[in-house]
Design a binder for this molecule. Structure first.
Ligand SMILES: [Zn+2]
Length: 401
């Protein structure tokens, strides 16, 4: 049996996971490994069945270079985006290909941790039924609307605080791991991450932030989350909640926020605020309803959207002064707002110290609505690729018969 472990192989696997497919020489420059090391590692990985080699495009004329490619269904993970009113999942294969998607809405569903875990277990079982028999799952990553304890035991399995779920210090990763073991009779590693931070990481590696040096990701929903990445490093802070830009003080006279403070940015731009200002009920209506009413001439809706867009730009100006990003990604309902009100939002950035605010790209996520769920899958992959031999040995099919 081959022993595929060690830092060199992890570097090769990470590069292939990010790119999907590369020539041997590109793999060498991406990993800093010499030709013969790359050749022997690739040979081992081919034998293990997780990469394959074949003629690819490019190379010198008449002599196509040999391409090393990830085999997507040789190793997979499930990424979950667990929200208050919906759960969605993707099965991501090695090399970044999405093998399967799953989604369920549960308006005002229970937020009891055991019931949320049961939802994930049932969903995982439904997902497994749709996958080919040979696909094995090396882990589960969950994006959660809350602050994750970066330490904890085991690390990244405890939610320190999730106001929208009403959770304080809930060891959800352990609860879910036990529920998975009970259902599938196997240990499936579970890691938790903050939703906006995972979205930021996914956009950085696979989306709008690919060429960025400093990027701010703002996720919009009932709450406003944030992720700040500078030179590839995600800002986490001393205990994990750096980048919680939704709770920057925006209006000292504003309404009380879910966090207990007054006038946080999310009380001005959160989706419920916009829907309510448009005279609609947040339980029944969403941003698309407000947009539609606005285009049909409803003045309250038009006002609500314009005010929110201004507030987005004003709050962003503070963030821009703090971080000096070249790219700002607005996700969720803020992406929809950006579609119509980009001018209003960018206009407010003129007061920042940036010499020319037009040099800041304010964009929608390139991964669309998938950034967060893909970030969750990447979290699980990160663990798997740090110790591929262990990951391959532990990975299981979640099919029960
Ligand atoms: Zn707050």
């Amino acid at each position: 049996m081959t022993v595929i472990d060690g830092r060199g192989v992890t570097r090769v696997l990470r590069a292939l996971h990010a790119a999907g497919s590369m020539s041997r020489s590109d793999l060498g420059s991406a990993t800093g490994l010499n030709r013969s090391t790359v050749a022997s590692l690739v040979a081992e990985l081919v034998e293990a069945g997780i990469v394959e080699e074949g003629a690819g495009a490019g190379g010198t004329v008449g002599r196509p270079s040999l391409m090393v490619s990830a085999v997507p269904d040789s190793l997979a993970v499930i990424g979950w985006d667990l929200r208050v009113d919906s759960s969605s999942a993707v099965v991501e294969g090695f090399g970044g290909r999405i093998l399967h998607r799953w989604r369920k809405d549960h308006r005002r569903g229970s937020t009891d941790p055991y019931e949320v875990a049961a939802r994930v277990v049932t969903g995982s079982s439904e997902i497994a039924e749709e996958l080919p028999d040979h696909v094995i799952i090396a882990g589960i990553g969950c994006a959660m609307p809350g602050v994750i304890d970066p330490g904890g035991e085991p690390p990244r399995t405890t939610i320190h605080r999730a106001p929208s779920l009403g959770w304080v210090d809930v060891p959800f990763g352990v609860i879910l791991g036990e529920a998975m073991r009970e259902r599938f009779g196997a240990h499936v590693p579970v890691l938790l991450g903050n939703d906006a931070k995972l979205g930021a990481m996914a956009e950085w590696t696979r989306g709008a932030g690919r060429d960025s040096r400093a990027m701010v990701f703002v996720s919009g929903d009932v709450g406003i989350g944030g992720g700040v990445i500078v030179e590839g490093e995600l800002l986490t802070g001393a205990s994990g909640y750096a980048g919680e830009i939704g709770h920057l003080r925006f209006d000292p006279e504003g309404p009380v926020c879910r966090c207990g403070a007054r006038g946080c940015w999310e009380t001005a731009i959160g989706i419920n605020t916009i829907v309510r200002s448009a005279g609609m009920d947040p339980v029944a209506a969403g941003i698309t309803d407000v947009m539609r009413a606005s285009t049909q001439g409803d003045a309250a809706s038009a006002n609500a959207l314009a005010n929110a867009a201004r507030a987005v730009g004003q709050g962003l100006a503070s963030v821009v002064n703090l971080v000096n990003p070249d790219t700002v990604v607005l996700a969720g309902h803020l992406a929809e707002l950006l579609g119509t009100y980009k001018h209003t939002i960018v206009e407010e950035l003129r007061f920042t110290l940036s010499r020319d605010s037009t040099h800041i790209d304010v964009v929608k996520p390139e991964l669309g609505a998938d950034s967060i769920v893909i970030g969750a899958a990447e979290l699980a992959f990160e663990r798997a690729l740090s110790s591929p031999a262990r990951a391959l040995a532990e990975a299981v099919s979640l099919r029960t018969e």
